[in-house]
Design a protein around this ligand. Sequence first.
Ligand code: MTE
Ligand code: MOS
Length: 759
Amino acid sequence: MEKLSYVGKSLPRKDALIKATGRAAYTDDREFAGMLHAAAVRSPRPRIRILSISDAKAKKVAGYVTLVTYRDIKGVNKWPVVMHDYPFLPEKEARFAGETVALVVARTARAARRAAALVEIKFKELPYIDDPLKALEKGSLKIYGKDNILSSFVIKRGSVDEAFKKAAFTVEGEFSTNYQVHAYLETQGAIALPESDGGMTVHSTTQCPFYVLDAVAAVLGVPYNKVKVLQTVTGGGFGGKEDVPALVASHAALCAARTGRPVKLIYGRKEDFQSMSKRHPGWARVAYGADKNGKITACRVKYVLDGGAYCTLSPIVLWRGTVHAAGPYKIANVDIKTYAAATNKVPAGAFRGFGQPQICFAQESLIDELAQKAGMDPVQFRLKNLLNPGDKTVTGQKLNSSCGLGELVQTLRKRSGWDKKVKSPSVKGDIATGIGFSAAYYGVGLGAKGRYLDRAGALVNVYKDSSVGVNVGNAEMGQGALTVLAQIAAETLNAPYESVKVEEVDSSKVPDSGPTVASRTTLMSGNAIIEAATPIRERVFKTAHDMLVLLGADTSQKMTAAGGVFSMGGRSVAFKQVVAECWGRRLKMSEQGWYAAPRTTFKMEDGQGDAYVIYSYSADAAEVEVDLKTGVTKIKKIWAAYDVGKIVNPRLAAGQAEGGILQGMSWALYENLIYKNGVMVNPNFTDYVIATTKDKPEYDITFIEKPYKEGPYHAKGMGEVPLIGVAPAVANAIKNACGARVNSVPLLPEKVWKKLQGA
Ligand code: MTE
Ligand code: MOS
């Protein structure tokens, strides 16, 4: 591989200083002259017919300005996200407790909240559904379409019934997983500023500035060129700022249009819990069959997600879960059926892993059971069945050479001391220790289902002083995109890393680059930057060569470029000097780039085709201690290995790994959002427990870089990968430690304890 100056180095984060010193300006830190404040009025019950909304009492609050309802919408009252079924503000019926029914505008945030609490909604309560499995029953109450199905997919391959009949070993199990709350530190928020031409500028904390653009233009009924979306420094997303910021921004924009003043709308934590997307609760029945040699021959899956009241991103989340539902194995006979069901609860959406962790928990737990039945070690069993280069996935996609799964599993087996530990789970007093394993693959980007969105733009400007400005359409939300993309730009231009600045997204500077999800930023925006920078690079390199010749360089030697310096035959020039000369020659030092993902194919009828352009891979081993008296599980150590292609920034990649693992174990062990009678009962960080740094286990992280030809400097994507396989590795470790097979996440002490009692 070529020698690189910046890519592959642990360079400092571009945003480290402003974030560590508290200078970063988040949405709520921004103030504008004459700015008003909005607050949401929310439905108190799971399903209501709205009879009237009155602000008679709210009006008495000092600073009250106005009430905003669906009647104020000049555009269309349908949020343009996937199915266009979610009204910006409901007209007759509100479908989940916490849904925004109206907005109040006041002079201060406090007054707005006070007034919102005094707005009276007169309503008639309607019957509701809170269970996705009930929603799918034939005679169920219909709350969505004819069948309560938001989305559904199949994968069919070979002849499953026959394969199960012939199988020497079979296993079947039901598994379920609960919600996960994104728990980003910065709650949802937006500021909308009316422009003199009737347009709107929006400051938004978001992963998807272009979804915000779509929604604000739609709600206001103005053309796109009158709306400008500026992404503010974003305090965490994890998928929770994919779809919903568009709704929040639309609400702020409506209020701004109504009042003609800038309006700020910032969510409190409780309402953020109640109304913002979550990881879908999942339910799955999975069955596997294997022949007498331990080769998996059949897999049957029924997978159901609780989509909540509106469709939003359910089809995309479900599709990813569908494609990966059988696990990273060669299986000739497969029958996968999946459903997202409507319920009268908060619409679930994107969360790191996108429908994969739920089904991965089920199938990787069951793979251990199958291995046991076949009398094989679970790691040996996986090695026998897993996907290698040249193999076909369950959708019939042939894998290329960028597939290091086998090596990952072998590596972890050694590093974790698996062979010895798995055979000798120990009990000391009340504490049982055990080890568990999981393997996963992950399709990078949006794949066939989101194909039309899988493109990205970039704008690269090399200024006269040689500083470099880069605009992209994907967002920094903590994962390190600004840094990684700056490394790619610096590498391509041979510009000093310090001189490159990548900015938060401005929708007026770059074309719609799709959402910042599916770990696609490095690949998509990275390639767009390379495309933009390449013609500039050619001009810079040619000019540098001319300059070196003039300086008397020995031209029999080749020019080299590294670390912002060009050298040839005993002479050298710096990037800065070369750029000055380029400007002197009136060369074009600004370019746009565009990258569209390679073609994918997927037939919806049978789920066959090339689902994703490329896959990343992971393996996890978890060592746990289970208290046999209480059922409390403690994770001692996680070994993880990843093939995410070339690592652009090793320190950031390790950070993504550690954070993803911790978020995965938090979901596996602790996080437990509860609904009772259609209403969320613990929408706060006191009663909803998440892992903190105090709970973090020891980590042992390995990267095995299998280069991807199409990737920027051969990178793939990694942001979500570390979360996916954690829960089943932990569940398998609990089983290994004490014999308790818990089939539902979170793996709460009472569930482990009950199993230990033989329940
Ligand atoms: N890391 C931090 N610190 N904050 C985040 O919000 N989001 C995750 C992951 N890592 C997230 C994060 C999710 S859900 C995705 S899709 C990827 O980052 C997106 O980043 P990428 O496209 O740059 O890989
Ligand atoms: Mo990540 S769930 O794809 O934003």
